[in-house]
Write a protein that binds this ligand. Structure first.
Ligand SMILES: [Zn+2]
Ligand SMILES: [Zn+2]
Ligand SMILES: [Zn+2]
Length: 332
């Protein structure tokens, strides 16, 4: 359910080396979770997808912070709000005072009503009457300097200062931003997973294996994080293991895939709940061993396997106790 690299991220949040995961916007206007990316290496999911799935199972708290708007033309962020002429899209508009002469109804910019003297009187450019300000209504109107149209409501636009593209707000690329923090459940879960992994590591070490935890297997461009690798150079034995609570078919396929790349034996340690018979059957068919961590920290092999593996692999059949790796070595 949770890959090794995701556990690596959760551990960093747990031990405080990472305070939280906050988004940044890259040059292309994409939302990046750079801090998370540093820990998350698996090629099959984006950091955002991994963060969301960890939040989905309650290990992370996901909190909405804000939104950004990115230019649909050049992908730069930081668009600026600007008003524009609804007739010709020019942003060169102003909002001067307009006078309406009450008796004849003529409306025009206040400058058209000015008299070239110092009196308080105005002159109507339409009916030529002279009057004082009690006979007119003052209002403000938007005016386009490009096409000279007048209007009460300007068009609302977002403007890119980089490429000068102008667009209606709904055409801008909207990014919703979230912060991620470790939840209390995540904290508990994280330490129980690490404990289980270390327990497994101890088991292998006590049997003479050289053990590495939290490693990444690379195959060309691709990276496959796994919880544990145990090697016995002398006997040329190698094993890769993942620790999971709520093991599913995807977990089984994944460790099998990694094992194939290393020509190692695949193993999954199930923590917290019992894998289903169906899953155990699938795992057995694929040659993936599933072990279970009991409440008393002992490691057992789920009993369903023994029933299902009459025609199964030699490996599983001959592992008489769940963890009898000496017999393992002999039978390989
Ligand atoms: Zn732009
Ligand atoms: Zn008039
Ligand atoms: Zn205009």
């Amino acid at each position: 359910m949770v890959r090794a690299d995701a556990l690596r991220l959760l551990s960093a949040l747990s031990d405080g080396s990472l305070a939280g995961v906050e988004p940044t916007i890259d040059e292309e206007g994409r939302v990046e979770y750079t801090e998370a990316q540093h820990y998350l290496e698996f090629h099959g999911a984006s950091p955002r997808e991994t963060l969301d799935s960890l939040a989905g199972v309650g290990l992370l708290e996901k909190e909405y912070t804000s939104k950004t708007y990115v230019c649909p033309s050049c992908r730069t962020g930081g668009l600026q709000f600007i008003t524009a002429c609804p007739y010709c899209e020019s942003t060169h508009t102003d909002r001067p005072a307009f006078f309406e002469h009450d008796s004849c109804g003529y409306v025009g910019p206040s400058t058209e009503f000015e008299e070239n003297d110092l009196s308080d009187e105005h002159r109507c450019p339409n009916c030529d009457a002279r009057f004082d300000s009690s006979e007119l209504t003052i209002e403000r109107k938007h005016r386009c300097q490009e096409c000279e149209e007048r209007f009460d409501t300007p068009a609302h636009r977002l403007w890119c200062r980089d490429c000068l593209h102008l667009c209606p707000p709904e055409e801008a690329i909207e990014n919703t931003l979230y912060d991620y923090r470790l939840s209390d459940d995540g904290e508990r879960w994280c330490s129980s997973q690490i404990d289980a992994r270390d327990l497994l590591a101890d088991e292998f070490e006590s049997r003479g294996f050289e053990v590495e935890v939290d490693i990444t297997v690379r195959d060309g461009e691709k990276a496959y994080p796994v919880h544990l690798r145990a090697q016995d150079a002398l006997l040329d034995q190698q094993l890769v293991a993942d620790v999971h609570s709520g093991v599913d078919a995807g977990d089984v396929r994944y460790i099998d895939l990694v094992a194939q790349r290393l020509e190692a034996r695949p193993l999954v340690l199930s923590v917290d709940d019992d894998p289903s018979t169906e899953l155990l059957r699938t795992a057995t068919e694929q040659g993936v061993t599933i072990l279970r961590l009991e409440r008393d920290d002992s490691i057992t092999r789920p009993s369903a396997v023994e029933v299902e593996t009459e025609s199964g692999s030699n490996l599983v059949k001959r592992v008489t106790s769940a963890f009898d790796l000496s017999s393992w070595k002999r039978t390989s």
